[in-house]
Ligand binder design. Sequence first.
Ligand SMILES: [Zn+2]
Length: 163
Amino acid sequence: MFNYCPRCGTRLKIREEEGRKRLACPACGWVNYENPLPSSAALVRNEKGEVLLVKRGVEPGRGKWALPSGFMEIEETPEEACLRELKEETGLEGKILRLIGVYSQKSQLYKNVLIIGYEVIAHGQLRPGSDSLKAQFFPVDKLPQIAFSSHKEIIRKGIGQEK
Ligand SMILES: [Zn+2]
């Protein structure tokens, strides 16, 4: 959180705008807008229908399993972010098959993350990379504990077991 204006260095003050309190700069007018962070996740299944998961090497969810995922870089589309994260975390080359859904994930670190889940077809040699300790396919009925509720929803919907 900011105490001083990142643009001019003046101490920020709370300003009420459309019924919502935001920190703003009384000198230059900069406003500290807080928005969810967009992130993409990949649901990849092998020929046996098993789901690809990575053991996370970074917070949030360090040491737990999750879909390959990560934040969009400023120049990327959600699809590009999805395939880049898949490549970085698992070594696999992917192709987007379809959008599974868009979900909100509450986060202690980032408050609210917008998760865009894609079904992806992938090939190559599994090789855990940046931010992931392991990358492994799991049978649908033997999934380990998943770090994020949004990823569970993407898996459920992606494999057609949505309630
Ligand atoms: Zn300012």
